[in-house]
Ligand binder design. Structure first.
Ligand SMILES: [Zn+2]
Ligand SMILES: [Zn+2]
Length: 345
């Protein structure tokens, strides 16, 4: 089969790969119908990924059809239209049963497409371990594009907003307006935010946030703008959706005393000097972590079904798998309004 494989910095190739096979009786094989590129795929593309492996297939956001199941699979069947949470778990432990796969008690928590341990989903087909837990029939009234956004971006955005302690009427600053940041703008309003300040250097992305009702600013102007708009109080909640030292710094400068910072950008920094003394003095709450995708679904799926969250709006490009290299290049350059890149079979 064909897959998008990582061979080195800026070298993700449309290449041959062995067909996936059932390795365990609980596995399923899914034929991809659509997958998408995530900001964290770009970390891999830039050569500072999550492992030193090469040759693995990338990607963790996909929808597709079950084409084969192991003999222990009960809940999903061949022919089912399914969506896969980016993060998987063992499916057997108490945490996995509640959807909280990050806390998997059997240490089976993993993300697709970060190494050779679990191949990615930007391929014609891929293996889903513990399919009864890690593959879900797409609910009624959810389109393929919406399901794709549920596999990571929207769930992570909602999780980020939840971790920011948003309460009705509060002010929220959101740093980084990629698809997750933009979906966080929508999530924050849905949770009752009174005002959302949206921060990104790309004017087209700021325009989208403004269209959603946010007050947008460039990172260089954000501190002054928010200080002025809040009479020096600063933001009640900050969602940081980038994962760099400079954006964490900005988050800590934008938060009011006793406010909450929620950092959901995949952290690329290993030795960040956290200003603990200042955090102590201002009594701030700082949360970070990876989203257990399916755990957010009971809240977000009905909101998508009812049209209150419209994540499909952020799909900017649609290219076939054979043009995956171009999709990465466009997304990396943030050119041509590149936001969510959908790759079709
Ligand atoms: Zn993702
Ligand atoms: Zn588990």
């Amino acid at each position: 089969m064909k897959a998008l494989r990582y061979f080195g910095e800026r070298d993700i190739r449309y290449a041959d790969m062995p067909d996936p096979t059932i390795a365990d009786a609980s596995d399923a094989i899914v034929q991809m119908t659509a997958c998408s590129i995530c900001g964290s795929d770009l970390h891999i593309y830039h050569g500072h990924g999550f492992s030193d492996d090469t040759g693995f297939c990338v990607g963790h956001e996909a929808v597709g059809e079950i084409v084969e199941v192991g003999r222990d699979v009960r809940r999903v069947r061949v022919g089912d239209r399914v969506m896969m949470p980016a993060m998987i778990g063992c499916g057997q432990c108490r945490s996995c049963h509640t959807g909280n796969v990050i806390n998997c008690e059997n240490n089976a928590s993993a993300c697709y497409g970060l190494s050779n341990d679990l191949q990615g989903v930007q391929a014609q087909a891929f293996r889903v371990p513990a399919a009864d837990t890690n593959a879900w029939k797409i609910p009624e009234g959810i389109s393929d594009d919406q399901a794709l956004m549920l596999t990571d971006a929207l769930a992570t955005a909602w999780f980020g907003a939840r971790m920011a302690d948003i309460s009705p009427g509060c002010s929220v600053a959101i740093i980084g307006l990629g698809p997750i940041g933009l979906m966080a703008v929508e999530s924050a309003f849905t949770m009752g935010a009174g005002v959302v300040y949206a921060i990104d250097p790309v004017p087209e992305r700021r325009a989208l946030a403004e269209a959603a009702g946010a007050i947008a600013s460039d990172p260089g102007a954000a501190i002054e703008a928010i200080r002025e708009a809040t009479s020096g109080r600063k933001a009640d909640c900050v969602i940081e959706a980038v994962g760099k030292d400079a954006t964490i710094d900005l988050a800590l400068r934008l938060i009011r005393k006793r406010g909450t910072v929620s950092a959901i950008g995949a952290q690329q920094t290993r030795r960040y000097a956290f200003p603990l003394e200042r955090a102590f003095a201002s009594g701030l709450t700082f949360r970070t972590g990876v989203c257990s995708i399916a755990e957010e679904w009971p809240a977000v799926i009905p909101l998508v079904q009812s049209g209150r969250l419209r994540p499909e709006r952020f799909v900017s490009h649609r290219l076939p798998l054979s043009e995956g290299e171009t999709a990465y290049r466009l997304f990396d350059n943030r050119k041509a309004g590149a936001l969510k890149m959908v790759i079709t079979a």
